[in-house]
Design a protein around this ligand. Structure first.
Ligand SMILES: N[C@@H](CCC(=O)N[C@@H](CSC=O)C(=O)NCC(=O)O)C(=O)O
Length: 280
């Protein structure tokens, strides 16, 4: 039976529409919300899509409200899809800490109790939500993906595991080597268990070494980011890219921190980067 989509909000901006939708997810076993920006029509060609994955503690609304991405997306004729960061609801397990449980899904399929029934964000974003969006909106099958922090990790993992699905990938201050940093060790251990072999499928530094095909990647990182030294270390992925001749550009932005002020400052560059590959 087709999934029912319920429109929760709609706002006109920059000649397009920002909408918020609710639907039941069979992968996650709960109701989910997502945001979508639909640019005003440009001719008869359906617009390509950029997926925008948010970080720890975020919902589907942070990127929609704080990134300032819609003006350039409208100009370039790009649809933006902004999913939530985890399953939600009273029936979904949670944790007191901000970096585990609801708001901290890490874009993986959990295998461990109590998480494994609901925490299946990888399959939700790789299968269920793309199919729902394709069936419900007039969009092209050309897609790109970007994300911030935990969402940057999710964007890179989805792109590296599915290089033919995406024309390009980009990230703001991503977690690139979760097997080796505190946020990742905690989350991967809780969701996947202590067998580190299982962690490899969600670690960009390891995935890049065995990817089936290459796609262009852009990463921006502020050098005043409070999480840079302990949690992020994007130079680890840059080193892997250099070893394998991967087309990855890492830009260190002086004085910028981890916030949405940083994202808002460079989101235009990311959308133009994706448009260049999506519209080629
Ligand atoms: N509360 C935590 C930090 C939480 C935080 O900084 N979240 C970031 C993403 S961090 C990595 O995924 C974020 O995007 N927050 C939402 C926002 O609107 O800024 C702490 O205190 O350390």
């Amino acid at each position: 039976m087709p999934t029912t989509l319920e429109l929760l909000e709609e706002h006109r901006l920059f000649g397009g529409w920002q909408q918020r939708w609710r639907h039941h997810s069979s992968q996650l076993g709960c109701n989910m919300t997502f945001g979508i920006f639909l640019p005003g029509p440009k001719g008869d060609t359906p617009p390509p899509v950029v997926w925008c994955l948010a970080g720890l503690t975020c919902t589907d609304e942070n990127f929609a409200v704080k990134s300032g991405a819609q003006r350039v997306a409208a100009e370039l004729g790009l649809v933006l899809v902004m999913p939530d960061t985890s399953p939600r609801g009273d029936e979904v397990p949670n944790d007191e800490a901000y970096d585990l449980g609801q708001g901290a899904g890490f874009y993986l399929n959990a295998t461990q109790e109590p998480w494994r029934q609901h925490f299946r964000m990888y399959d939700y974003l790789n299968e269920e939500l793309p199919a729902l969006i394709a069936a419900s909106f007039n969009i092209s099958d050309r897609q790109a993906i970007m994300g911030h922090s935990m969402g940057g990790h999710g964007a890179l993992v989805l792109a590296l595991r599915n290089p033919h699905r995406f024309a390009s990938a980009s990230a703001f201050a991503p977690i690139v080597n979760p097997s080796e940093v505190p946020w990742g060790v905690k989350a991967l251990g809780a969701y996947l268990g202590e067998d580190r072999e299982q962690w490899r499928q969600y670690d960009s530094c390891l995935l890049m070494q065995q990817a089936a095909a290459q796609l262009p990647i852009l990463i921006d990182q502020g050098d005043s980011d409070q999480f840079l030294a302990d949690q992020l270390q994007p130079e680890r992925l840059e080193a892997v890219a250099q070893q394998s001749g991967w087309p990855l550009t890492l830009r260190i932005q002086p004085g910028y921190d981890h916030s949405y002020f940083f994202i808002a400052s460079f989101v235009e560059d990311h959308l133009r980067f994706h448009a260049q590959h999506l519209l080629a």
